[in-house]
Design a protein around this ligand. Structure first.
Ligand SMILES: *Cc1c(COP(=O)(O)O)cnc(C)c1O
Length: 358
């Protein structure tokens, strides 16, 4: 199905930010996409309009009970000038799972990706070209129906905004650098039966306290443990986590508390294509520290759209710190980063058919 949207161009284009000083998610492009949903009418009035504040009724359900979801992906400009999205249909699939969990209306994958493409097409000039920069795309959906009863809303908005971004972490010279991670034993991110597998705001609002505690200890992110036994490693901040122990690469299985990352899935595909054994299985934090002590822990790294691959140089825990891989970037993290970033930016052949041209 082909969707068409109306386009209202801005009369006051903003100056583009300096690509050398771009941070993550602080400036926004000239336009945004908005579409409305009403029960009985479905999705309607998809439109691209000048970027600006939304007007919301103060009783809008999202402001009280958090009925919302979001997504995140990036557009890159290839050396030949093409604009590339990385696996946007995976984001569409995940958005549908989040919507289902949050009692929000389904959105067709072609409509979801079509809206992203239409907006990015209008914002082509906002895609920065410097190494390590990209246009971050943030689709989100929320209940804008005014009522204070706790039940699923009947009216929603789907919005997409774009932000030209630099590297997620301030890495001198771009590329990747080791991070310090705090093993969080007090707070939990997601419990079985909860919303851990869905990209929904509540998961993040509830994680800020732990993030602040980690920052106060000089760490970039927290390592989340499972909510029931507080033993199994789950995710690193808002990224999936990989542990290289001996010859095996281990990541937590998708049993409901883990966010199914597009980057995670891509890492698993790449490792398999390189004949590197990768297991989706549970792993205790004690086994990680034991492997660190007896020299079998080769690397730890996180995967996610924002930083692509983020190596861990140090694990900090209440009972001591552990240097990982000598505190430097591990060879597998570097190889994965180069392979993923190369395909995302159109500099390497896309053997998996992952990129979509706008
Ligand atoms: C978004 C996110 C990820 C990474 O998913 P990608 O699709 O790879 O960007 C991992 N964990 C959490 C909790 C997330 O919010």
């Amino acid at each position: 199905m082909n969707y068409s949207f109306t386009i209202q161009k801005t009369q006051a284009p903003k100056p583009k930010p300096d690509p050398n000083t771009l941070k993550f998610g602080q400036t926004f492009s000239d336009h945004m996409f908005i579409m409305d949903y009403a029960d009985g009418k479905g999705w309607h009035d998809g439109r691209i309009v000048p970027y600006g504040p939304l007007s919301l009724d103060p009783a809008s359900a999202v402001l009280h009970y958090g009925q919302e979801m979001f997504e995140g992906l990036k557009a890159y400009r290839a050396p030949d000038g093409r604009v590339l999205l990385f696996r946007p249909y995976k984001n569409a699939e995940r958005a549908r799972a989040s919507n289902e969990r949050m009692c929000m209306p389904d959105i067709d994958a072609e409509l979801f990706v079509g809206a992203i493409k239409a907006l990015v097409d209008v914002e082509r000039d906002w895609i920065p070209e410097k190494e390590g920069t990209s246009l971050y795309i943030r689709p989100f959906m929320f209940a804008d129906e005014p009522f204070l009863g706790v039940h699923a809303a009947h009216h929603f908005k789907f919005v997409i905004i774009c932000s030209p971004v630099g590297p997620y972490y301030d890495t001198p010279g771009g590329g990747i650098a080791p991070t310090s991670i705090y093993v969080e034993r007090e707070y939990v991110r997601a419990a079985p039966g909860g919303t851990g597998f869905a990209k929904v705001g509540g998961n993040y609002g509830g994680s800020l306290k732990a993030q602040a505690a980690a920052s106060a200890r000089g760490c970039e992110q927290v390592l989340w443990l499972d909510a029931v036994e507080r033993r199994y490693v789950e995710e690193i901040g808002t990224s999936n986590a990989f542990f290289v122990i001996g010859d095996e690469v281990i990541t937590a299985p998708l049993h409901g508390t883990i966010l199914p990352g597009v980057t995670r899935d891509s890492v698993i595909h790449l490792l398999k294509s390189w004949d590197i054994p990768v297991s989706e299985r549970r792993l205790t934090i004690d086994d990680v520290f034991a492997a660190g002590r007896d020299g079998r822990l080769g690397e730890i790294f996180a995967s996610g759209t924002a930083a692509v691959i983020s190596p861990v140089g140090k694990l900090v825990s209440a009972d001591g710190a552990l240097a990982v891989g000598g505190g430097s970037v591990g060879p597998l993290a570097q190889r994965l980063y180069d392979a993923l970033y190369g395909v995302q930016t159109g500099r390497l052949t896309d053997g998996f058919g992952w990129t979509v041209t706008v």
